[in-house]
Design a protein around this ligand. Sequence first.
Ligand code: UD1
Ligand code: MG
Length: 447
Amino acid sequence: MATALIILGAGMGTRMNSDLPKVLHEIAGAPMLVHAMKSGAALDPEATVVVAGHGAALVEKAAKAYDPDVIMALQSEQLGTAHAVRQAQEALADFDGDTLVLYGDTPFIRSETLAAMAAARLTHDIVVLGFEAADPGRYGRLIVQDGQLDRIVEFKDASDDERSVSLCNSGVIAANASVLFDLISEVGNDNAAQEYYLTDIIGIARSRGLSATVVRCDEAETLGINARSELAQAEALFQQNARATAMDDGVTMTAPDTVFFAHDTVIGRDTVIEPNVVFGPGVTIESGATIRAFSHLEGCHVSRGGIVGPYARLRPGAELSENVKVGNFVEIKNAQVAEGAKVNHLSYIGDASIGARSNIGAGTITCNYDGVFKHRTDIGEDVFIGSNTMLVAPIRVGDAAMTGTGSIITRDVPGGDLAVGRARQENKPGFALRFFQKLKAKKAKGS
Ligand code: UD1
Ligand code: MG
């Protein structure tokens, strides 16, 4: 069945105590809104509507960065969850199918759970995702009678009896679009919070003879984030799962608790990750690579057999082919390093390409920035760049060429040539001895 997602993210998130809209706070390098969008993407939605309010422009930017086709709806006043969903009605006017309401601050709903909800929709008009809460606190309570979901009661409006129910509302609801908007049009705000509660649609639906049911999931999935401490807990939970998944997928980690993944990190089998490695977004590591201790990788690709670190930094656009070695205190950005090439010590390689089997000596720097523009350095195959070479871009070093240690290279080097660009050495016989004798004599005189 065609599905449209409505993701609510207009709330202020007062308890985050932040200038940033709550749904843009990040878990594993992605805004929690994007986590919710990713969960929903498992249903292959025909349309995704994000309802934004506080910081709507920023929310739109983040949502569109993940999915350029996302439709934004504005809720300028936060009058409640039903009111929020109603803001998506116009965007979905021509849509005929199921709608699934997700919260932008509930990032961990699994795709299997959403599939179970879609399956339950085949037999029920409305499906609500619920969970048994260890501490039901202020969650809305799901009141089930004779196998049907009868109503949802918000904590503030619940009787003592209703508060003793531990089956709680996650907020995720699925229903046919026209049914959903029709029910919402009947929701009022005569309640303790004076808000338009989305949860009221269940009671209204049941009084019309529609059916409603609950699909249950684990409480951890419905974890909602309202404060920084919960954000930290969510991060920890994400990392714990990501580490376990990586190990199940055949990745060796000597100290998994010290390795941090991004939401989209991909690591191949038999790769070894040493302690204290951090992955930012956009990293793919192929099989049989080694990422040594204290390395930081982001937006990069390491091919089979690559060895990175210890203490290496791969920045966006670093593309390492098979069996490349990147050693300690090396930074690589927007550069392609071909098969078997080595950059082993203390180098910066930016906006560059390095050909197969080339060796980049210690301390080499591609001087890529003139203060305004960035320029490229292209190094051919089987090149030997001497230690401490400054390659002033734009510059090209041909295949099998060499640069002398300590050179400042400002002109292209043809293939097979040696380029030396440094002051010629001069030896002054006996100068050092005479110089120090003079200085020591001066000191002895006490001046
Ligand atoms: C809601 C549910 C409650 C459920 C709980 C689960 C209602 C009335 N209550 O309560 O049954 O147990 O979530 O966490 O639905 N939002 C808007 N616009 C608004 C109000 C809210 O976009 O006008 C968004 C928020 O940004 C948030 C989500 O909707 O992403 C939930 O809102 P929140 O105020 O946290 O609802 P709860 O009181 O937690
Ligand atoms: Mg909430």
